[in-house]
Design a protein around this ligand. Structure first.
Ligand SMILES: C[C@@H](N)C(=O)N[C@H](C)C(=O)O
Ligand SMILES: [Zn+2]
Length: 280
């Protein structure tokens, strides 16, 4: 019995049955009122933790298979189109299927021979994180990162136009977002929430990144990011083609709207969307 109902019972014992019923009615009304109030005041719901990370059969940390590939898992940080870490990303580390990791290691060997390294921005993405994207897109008051990531679009156009998916290949574990960086370079330090960057601008106008020039920043939701966009410079064309060629040679296919997004052709979990949390 709750503290609240205990108090009502002791008071009711000394009153007539009519008063008792009135009290019960009043209590019901008060409870209903406060329940309604609580519902109104409840903060925007943030779903509670999904399963703790346990190594899932067929998945691995990319670093265990291909330790030389650079990692900058943007959704584990504030450096992304939401401007805050995304639900389900607890550490800045790439978790991916073993098959995709081994294929990436093959790409890395080719890249290193040419003086580059791969740098991954996103790998396995829990469905929970995708759901966070969906809630973010529905909040029309939050446009904190628009000028940097989708300057020409409203956020309600990002899903319909195919820049973010409600059922993402990333949740199947064999899709990866990545670029090429010159060997022995590192991500420059910069404040993710600093203003004035435009992902469609020149390298100097974009958020600092050690990526070779791909024509836009990562997660620039814009036609300029379409891999075969004909208006990019010759250098950008060559860089995008190089990344795509290297990835295709090891069995990945590019998504035509995003130069950075690739899926392994023979993925091991072609119809399974996972929702285990990333390790802490
Ligand atoms: C959000 C972006 N990084 C991406 O991965 N987009 C594709 C369409 C996806 O969400 O699967
Ligand atoms: Zn992607």
């Amino acid at each position: 019995m709750s503290k609240w109902s205990g108090k009502v019972s002791s008071a009711a014992r000394v009153k007539s049955s009519q008063v008792q019923s009135s009290l019960l009615l009043a209590r019901g009304l008060v409870c209903a009122f406060f329940s309604l109030l609580l519902l109104q005041c409840k903060p925007a719901s943030r779903p509670q933790p999904i399963a703790e990370y346990e190594p899932v059969a067929g998945f691995t940390l990319l670093a265990d298979v291909a330790p030389s590939i650079q990692q900058d898992i943007r959704y584990a940080t504030a450096n992304n189109f939401l401007g805050r870490p995304v639900d389900g990303y607890f550490i800045n580390a790439c978790v991916i299927t073993e098959a995709a990791a081994m294929a990436l290691e093959r790409v890395q060997q080719q890249a290193v021979n040419l003086g580059y390294s791969l740098k991954v921005y996103d790998c396995y993405r829990p469905q929970h994180a995708v759901d966070d994207f969906v809630r973010w897109a529905a909040d029309e008051d939050d446009n904190l990162m628009q000028s940097r990531f989708f300057p020409a679009l409203n956020k309600d156009e990002l899903f319909p136009q195919g820049y973010i998916a409600e059922r993402s290949g990333h949740s199947r574990g064999s899709t990866v977002d990545l670029t090429l960086v010159p060997l022995d370079t590192q991500q420059p330090a910069a404040s993710p929430l600093g203003g004035g960057y435009d992902c469609r601008g020149s390298v100097m106008q974009r958020y600092p990144d050690n990526s070779i020039d791909m024509g836009t920043g990562y997660d620039c939701f814009d036609e300029k990011s379409h891999t075969d966009n004909p208006d990019v410079t010759a250098t950008v064309r060559a860089n995008r083609d190089l990344l795509r060629d290297l990835m295709e040679q090891s069995g990945f296919e590019n998504y035509s709207q995003e130069w950075w997004h690739f899926t392994l052709n023979n993925e091991p979990f072609s119809d399974q969307y996972f929702n285990f949390a990333l390790p802490q």
